[in-house]
Ligand binder design. Structure first.
Ligand SMILES: Cc1ncc(COP(=O)(O)O)c(C=O)c1O
Length: 491
């Protein structure tokens, strides 16, 4: 027998027996169910330090497999040492909890392991993603012709949007010659409150962070449209090529929505691509009381909206929606790679997501979004969003009524920025509040993050959390006050 023949596989190398499969399913499901059942009783952040997880799990790569039982124990350790975004008093960053249906959606998608590069490689997944794109578009007032693609998150959606926008202005030769060899320098406009991913995209795409023009904000921290127009006019006079304006529908710091209708007018006047970063805030349009803030969103050429931020879908699930599919396709279309060309299929069957974004291999993200929207229905999701907004407003009221807290920004969507101001004594308030923040985060009873609001250090609570109730808000302020008093008394 030849050397090769003795190595030829005669049965699966990695498949497991039916009993082993049952055991993995039962143990993993038990872990997940316990987590979802008990998340509110856990510390938001268990006592932890760098290196603790690595010390408690096996960090050595072993040649032989280990029993399932040990792996489940180690997963339990990982769960215990995690920070729990799903805890009802977790208000840090923009991180909504996931739901069981979303989590199991991910499990189904990973089991199927469909690679949604195009219809050919993921026919069902592609069609589900198209449906999800249409649904998300309909939430923001787009019609059925509008399209979208799911991304890893808002940063990737914004990057894709800026490439589409810049190619529209610079033309297809920029793909071959580079931006700097295909016309005057491009400029994009956004307020000083825009998310950092816009500057990052400018860097990655090669037109440079300095070419993201920072437009002033008004007293409510909304983009100042007069300054926007003035900056565009100055750049045109100086030979630059304005190509895009980015408005925010829910800034990351304070949740403010730019005056979208007015920005749309300027964009049209100067023939700019109008992109709205609604990665966090766009689902706020589902709240009847907030709807008016979003007037003009439907006029945007493209919108980032992350289901993993405020539609309670597990990470990762970002989305870029655009009205003009042809312009998006012209930006990404590649004729270069033979191996991805689709042969022998017709019409919709040749559809490929690689024509619309950076990624080629893509997870089946749409399944968890589709399942979440189907399981709860839009009405129930909208109610949860409205309640988040009401709870943020309630926190704002408590802060305003308190003598030892100060509200640093009006509560517009579901973000409340404030600081502790001791009634006696002379303190550097930025430093004091930074110390209070660290104490609250380490304490494990509630979690807020921070922001800089008009140059001041703010404690920031972003409420995108369907588990939070009024008593969690009361408790959070109590926790912060207790931490603050301890810090003040220890001085
Ligand atoms: C307004 C806004 N845009 C973009 C992003 C980036 O999103 P991601 O973290 O999913 O890349 C964030 C993140 O918080 C955000 O709040």
């Amino acid at each position: 027998m030849s050397k090769v023949t003795t190595k030829l596989r005669t049965r699966s190398a990695l498949d497991v027996s039916a009993e082993a499969l049952d055991e993995i399913s039962a143990q993993a499901t038990k872990l997940v169910a316990e987590y979802f059942t008990n998340v509110a009783e856990r510390d938001v952040l268990a006592p932890n330090h760098a290196g603790k997880t690595s010390a408690r799990v096996n960090a050595r790569l072993e040649a032989d497999g280990v029993p399932l039982e040990r792996l489940i124990e180690e997963c339990q350790t990982i769960i215990d040492l995690s920070r729990h975004n799903g805890h009802p008093r977790f208000f840090g960053y923009v991180a909504s909890p996931s739901t069981p249906i979303g989590a199991y959606g991910d499990l189904i998608a990973s089991s199927l392991n469909a690679n949604i590069t195009c219809w050919r490689s993921g026919p069902a997944g592609t069609e589900i993603e198209k449906i999800v794109g249409r649904w998300l578009g309909s939430l923001i007032g787009y019609d059925d012709d509008a399209k979208g693609l799911l991304t890893s998150g808002g940063s990737m959606a914004n990057l894709n949007a800026l490439l589409i926008a810049s190619r529209r202005k610079s033309g297809p030769e920029a793909a071959r010659k580079g931006l700097w060899n295909s016309g005057p320098p491009l400029t994009v406009y956004a307020s000083d409150e825009v998310h950092m991913s816009i500057a990052k995209a400018a860097d990655i795409l090669g037109f440079g962070r300095d070419h993201v023009r920072t437009v002033r904000t008004d007293e409510r921290q909304r983009i100042d449209v007069v300054d926007l127009r003035a900056r565009i006019e100055t750049d045109l006079q100086q030979g630059f090529r304005p190509f895009c304006v980015v408005a925010s529908a829910g800034t990351v710091n304070t949740g403010v929505v730019d005056p979208l209708n007015e920005v749309a007018v300027v964009a049209r006047e100067f023939d700019l691509w109008f992109h709205v970063d609604g990665a966090y805030g766009a689902p706020g349009i589902l709240d009847d009381g907030s709807k008016d803030l979003f007037k003009g969103l439907e006029l945007a050429d493209s919108v980032s909206l992350d289901p993993h931020k405020w539609l309670y879908v597990p990470v990762d699930a970002g989305c870029l929606l655009f009205r003009d599919e042809a312009t998006a396709k012209a930006a990404f279309n590649t004729e270069d790679a033979d191996y991805i060309k689709v042969h022998g299929l017709r019409d919709d069957e040749t559809f490929a997501y690689w024509d619309y974004g950076v990624e080629l291999s893509r997870r089946f993200r749409a399944l968890k979004v589709w399942l979440t929207l189907r399981y709860y229905g839009v009405r129930r999701i909208a109610k949860a969003i409205s309640e988040d907004i009401a709870l943020a407003a309630y926190l704002g009221e408590l802060v305003e009524d308190a003598e030892d807290f100060e509200l640093l920004s009006p509560v517009e969507l579901s973000i409340c920025c404030f600081r502790y101001v001791p009634m006696h004594g002379d303190f550097d308030l930025d430093q004091l509040n930074a110390t209070i923040l660290a104490a609250v985060q380490k304490g494990g009873r509630a979690y807020v993050s921070n922001a800089t609001v008009k140059g001041q250090f703010a404690l920031r609570a972003c409420i995108t959390n369907f588990r939070t109730t009024k008593s969690d808000i009361d408790e959070t302020l109590k926790v912060i006050r207790e931490a603050a008093e301890q810090v003040v008394n220890s001085r």
